[in-house]
Design a protein around this ligand. Structure first.
Ligand code: SF4
Ligand code: SF4
Length: 141
């Protein structure tokens, strides 16, 4: 099962004073991507599928602070205006309404993840570091 989310959970808390001072200022950063929580990979086939996803442009995978695995697609919302505002603010989806300034991608210094992989090589390096056996044995001819 997958869940639509906008960013991973971020381990960061703000005081009320700082929270009041947080603004969007036409940032629009969180309107430039969609992300899906994916099943944690467990088999060589799972890893192979993730490598395949990462071969595609503007696709990355990240592990959130809650250890969830997520797939991220960099693609801009059609409602985002040139000045970084929502062009249909009154009718924006629930997920946009629920997104909180105090744990958004900008105000968490962009570090909404523990690990992020933008290519198969980055993910392989991570897996090798954890001694995960992800490679299929090649058959001898
Ligand atoms: S919620 Fe955060 S990431 Fe989204 S537009 Fe506002 S400041 Fe930028
Ligand atoms: S609907 Fe508006 S707030 Fe939601 S992602 Fe699009 S531009 Fe951003």
């Amino acid at each position: 099962m997958i869940f639509i989310i906008m960013a991973g959970k971020i381990k960061q808390t703000f005081t009320e004073k700082v929270r009041r001072e947080l603004t969007c200022d036409g940032c629009g950063e969180c309107c430039h991507y969609v992300a899906l929580e994916i099943d944690r990979p467990r088999s060589k086939r799972d890893y192979s599928d993730l490598f395949w996803h990462l071969l595609h442009e503007k696709v990355s995978i990240y592990i959130g602070h809650d250890r969830s695995w997520n797939m991220e697609f960099m693609t801009k919302c059609v409602n985002l205006t040139k000045d970084g505002m929502c062009g249909d603010y009154e009718n924006r989806p629930v997920i946009c309404r629920q997104y909180s300034l105090d744990n958004c991608t900008r105000h968490s210094d962009g570090k909404y993840y523990l690990h992020k992989f933008r290519s198969p090589e980055e993910l392989k390096t991570y897996l090798k570091g954890r001694k995960v056996d992800f490679e299929f044995k090649r058959r001898r001819k």
